[in-house]
Design a protein around this ligand. Structure first.
Ligand code: EPZ
Length: 430
């Protein structure tokens, strides 16, 4: 298993290209199941999760092709991926695949909408909480599907097609909103999605579906109207830049000091997080080419944050912000309201010398003058990267184990950081 070795204490200077967003790329790829024509996705990130989803879609009969190098390509440009679900040969998504990536459960919506049936394994628990799918199933039932749960599988049937309906979410769910959009796009009649997730990735999916011929109004707002159509066509769509990758590197610069241009980043996708980073003492400036983050040697100011659905502070940046606050001059409170168990990084940050107490859904972080390198490991993607950030600012050597978590969601992390002066290398195997 690969590990990452970091020698901390170096400031970051230079530029980091921001990749396409993992959490937009995955639902966009799943949307390819809605049409028998080719869906072309540009600016695709090179990530383990993307490769795994290609395999999962392949199991349903989806062919894929990735463009080779083109004349004039930027060296950091994302991949162009063509997906063709011309012949869906299997409407079952097996446990072995769904259990490896929760988002693959979302295939249930396009399979059911287009094929009238789907059998998809329940995803099971995960490191950040129980993460039920009851609201996704509620969506399908509202749209007229018959559901049965047997042997750990959801068996969904709608032989005469889905029917438009009003869907009211009791809490904001990104996956629930993706599911509703994809299912309603091919339903008969109009659906109204109330209390929809407003995350940029939901808006990106809605925009792509519109290019495919869907009739959707209000994507990116809390009320979305979908007028179902009989069929969808192919389309070409570029994945939006990754706001979590942007926020992660912005926090890394705030932590180590330095001056980095986050190329291609769009500040409006993470304004709340950028505001918190500025309050902590870094300077954040938007330009045509991206977002520039600078911090000189001054100490960090403690800042309280509470995770919220978009446009609030994202849960996917909570662990990274906690790493940043571990070096602040004073105490901060970090509250997690989205997932019940997303504090697995606390004990690992403590191994680097951070002082953090938990009080229910709030972590109280007492900033310390210095962190000291140590071997650490994490149980999920964002927790792992919070340890990398902390390692960059710690004295001496930090070894981050279980790098496969990082590879799920951060493209060429050690390369991007290394080019900005970080001492970071991958230790292969061992
Ligand atoms: C998406 O997960 C993201 N994943 C997560 O990113 C992200 O943390 C999360 O949204 C919140 O922003 C992808 O986009 C692939 P939810 P999702 O449904 O859709 C509860 C990462 O690190 N809920 O918005 O699964 C749920 O338990 C990942 O990249 C129900 O109760 O999240 C949670 O408390 C991790 N019943 C809340 O809603 C349901 O049926 C929000 O979850 C569904 C969700």
């Amino acid at each position: 298993m690969d590990r990452i070795r970091i020698v901390g204490g170096h400031s970051l200077n230079g530029s980091i290209p921001i990749s396409g967003a993992k959490n937009a790329a995955l639902p966009l790829m799943i949307a390819s199941l809605l049409t028998d024509e080719i869906l072309t996705l540009e600016n695709m990130p090179r990530l383990a999760d993307v490769n795994l989803l290609i395999r999962i879609l392949g199991n349903h009969g989806v062919d894929h092709a990735v463009d080779g190098k083109r004349r004039g390509d930027q060296p950091n440009a994302g991949n162009t991926l063509h997906l063709s679900a011309r012949n869906i040969v299997d409407t079952t998504a097996p446990y072995e695949l769904v259990s490896r990536m929760r988002a693959s459960f979302w295939v249930i919506a396009p399979l059911l909408a287009r094929m009238g049936e789907a059998k998809v394994s329940l995803p099971g628990g995960c490191a950040i909480g129980t993460r039920p799918v009851d609201l996704l199933l509620m969506v399908l039932e509202r749209l007229g599907a018959d559901l049965d749960i047997a042997g750990g599988y959801v068996i969904a049937k709608a032989p005469k097609g889905l029917k438009g309906a009003e869907i009211v979410f009791p809490k904001v769910t990104v996956g629930g909103t993706h599911t509703a959009l994809m299912a309603a796009a091919l339903a008969q009649g109009t659906s109204v999605i109330c209390n929809a997730a407003r995350e940029p990735e939901v808006q990106d999916l809605a925009e792509c579906l519109v290019k495919m011929g869907a009739r959707i109004k209000g994507g990116g707002t809390s009320t979305i109207e979908v007028e179902g159509v009989a069929r969808l066509s192919g389309a070409r769509h570029a994945v939006l830049p990754d706001r979590i990758e942007t926020g992660t590197y912005a926090m890394a610069v705030a932590m180590t000091g330095g001056d980095v241009l986050l190329e291609g980043a769009r500040p409006e996708l993470l304004q709340s997080a950028l505001d918190s980073i500025e309050k902590a003492g870094a300077t954040v400036k938007a330009s045509n080419s991206g977002v520039r983050v600078t911090r000189n040697g001054a100490g960090l100011t403690p800042v309280d944050v509470s995770t919220e659905p978009f446009p609030g502070f994202p849960t996917d940046l909570q662990a990274q912000f906690m790493a940043l606050m571990s070096r602040a001059r004073g105490s901060s409170r970090i509250t997690e309201t989205i997932f019940e168990n997303r504090f697995m990084h606390v004990q690992e940050l403590a191994r680097l010398g951070a002082r953090i107490r938990l009080d229910g859904e709030t972590a109280i972080v007492d900033g310390v003058e210095r962190l000291r390198g140590a071997p650490v490991m994490a149980t999920d993607l964002r927790a792992s990267v919070s340890l990398v950030i902390a390692g960059l600012a710690a004295e001496g050597e930090t070894i981050v184990n279980r790098v496969y978590h990082l590879d799920r969601g951060f493209e060429r992390l050690e390369d991007k950081l290394g080019r900005c002066g970080a001492v970071v290398e991958r230790l292969v195997g061992g």
